[in-house]
Design a protein around this ligand. Structure first.
Ligand code: FA5
Ligand code: MG
Length: 423
């Protein structure tokens, strides 16, 4: 039995996730290729690079930080968005960006979804690691399922003087730098201090956040052989922190974003019943850091069950991944006319295409790019052309196999989205 969702796309009428059945509705947009990742818990396998990195970060922060035990990835939109003051029209809420089980339940898009409950449990310094789910592009550094570590630290009014002193000490320790850290942030107008915060306090918390993260990066990357690692702090925006920052590292000729962070919104703490404290929080993308640290070239590898991957790693050790030989890619272009958009219906989204490709090609897809986006000058009809690159990580992919996959993708596009093939 099929049910139709907002864009008239058919999904199974019940969805089984981790052994439990959920009734689909007009928001449902989860496929087997996504729900099959729920409960795999690769970050708990002792010799998995995510787990090795996770432990390294735990030991850097030390025993004063509580390691919060796992929580279910199935959350309410209230937990994932409302509890963090996301405005009702925030793009993150859209079905094109998030995975909805139905109107009531979704897969968390970030570990911040648990901030209010963890703060309410009374922890003042904590770390929480989990699998998170997002409809996103397909390439070597984006995967629809990945891992984040949330970290936070709070101070009460009476502890502020010790914060200033601690910052002074951390600053001295960090001055022997083997990484190049650039701070491009500008606290002020465009990245404001919360009105309820004293300026001196907010600046000290920001400084402590930066010193704590820089200390971690120095520990993780300080001994890199290939010259100093370049890191930069830039301004950012999150509904649940202000001021907000992101950190990027220079990797393979590009700036790669590894975390978001900031001074915790007082509204979050108020919801948790903590009115007299203030502090910082961050959300690290663990795959991104592990890719740099273990030299893992493709984010899909974190999900492989190939022994040639896992057997290369040992708990507690950072070692470089030795790629097993790279097999040749197969590239196909798929072009089609989009259906005419009706009022009140979500238009076709690049993530809709990526999801179908992911579902049919599984881990054989390496990269998807929208290479042409064309509006017919007379009719105004839109057409998209996508370039799909397939590559198996374990064998040579045969042309005929890739042809069948592409044909399947085209068929699905036609039946689910009523697109018209452009040959
Ligand atoms: C967040 O998710 C915020 N919750 C982070 C945060 C926490 C801010 C606490 C303030 C306070 P963002 O969407 O930027 O932010 O994601 C955080 C990190 O997750 C990114 O920097 C990136 O390293 C990683 N990430 C995001 N999308 C993907 C993806 N598709 N695949 C792999 N890693 C990703
Ligand atoms: Mg970001």
């Amino acid at each position: 039995p099929l049910s139709k969702n907002a864009s008239n796309v058919r999904y199974l009428s019940t969805l089984n996730i981790s052994g439990k059945d959920y009734v689909s509705d007009d928001l449902t947009n989860i496929r087997q290729s996504i729900s099959s990742h729920v409960g795999r818990n690769v970050y708990l396998l002792p010799n998995h690079p995510i787990s090795i990195l996770n432990s390294l970060i735990h030991s850097h922060f030390g025993p004063t930080y509580t390691v919060v035990p796992p929580k279910s990835p199935i959350v309410t939109p209230e937990q994932n968005f409302d509890s963090l003051s996301f405005p009702p029209d925030h793009p993150g809420r859209r079905a094109s960006d998030s995975y909805y089980i139905n109107r009531q339940w979704m897969l968390r898009t970030h570990t911040s979804a648990h901030e209010v409950e963890v703060f309410a449990e009374g922890h003042k310094r904590w770390l929480f690691t989990a699998d998170v789910y997002r409809r996103d592009e397909i390439d070597a550094s984006h995967h629809p399922v990945f891992h984040q570590m949330e970290g936070a630290r709070l101070w009460s009014n009476t502890e502020i003087s010790s914060l200033v002193e601690e910052n002074r000490q951390l600053e001295t320790e960090l001055s022997r730098q083997d990484i190049l850290i650039e701070d491009l942030t500008t606290i002020g107008q465009s990245n404001p201090i919360q009105p309820c915060h004293d300026e001196m306090l907010a600046r000290s918390i920001s400084t402590n956040l930066k010193l704590s993260i820089n200390g971690l990066l120095l520990k993780l990357f300080g001994t890199e052989g290939n010259g100093p690692l370049k890191v930069r702090w830039i301004d950012a925006y999150f509904p649940f922190t202000s001021p907000s920052y992101e950190v990027e590292v220079f990797y393979q000729g590009k700036w790669l974003e590894i975390l978001g962070s900031g001074v915790v919104a007082q509204s979050t703490l108020n919801k948790a019943g903590i009115k007299s404290e203030a502090g910082w929080a961050f959300g690290l993308g663990l795959e991104r850091i592990a890719m740099v640290l273990f030299q893992i070239p493709d984010i899909r590898l974190f999900w492989t069950t190939d022994e040639r991957f896992l057997q290369q790693f040992q708990p507690g050790l950072v070692t470089s991944f030795k790629p097993y030989s790279k097999y040749p890619p197969v590239t196909h272009d798929v072009s089609f006319w989009l259906p005419v958009v009706h009022e009140g219906k979500a238009p076709f989204h690049e993530n809709d295409f990526c999801d179908i490709v992911r579902d049919i090609a599984g881990e054989l897809v390496e990269d998807v790019k929208l290479i042409d986006n064309f509006a017919h000058p007379q009719t105004g009809r839109m057409s998209h052309c996508y370039r799909i690159q397939y590559r198996s990580m374990g064998r040579t992919l045969r042309q005929e196999e890739a042809n069948l996959i592409t044909q399947d993708i085209k068929n699905q596009l036609i039946t689910m989205f009523s697109v018209e093939s452009r040959g």
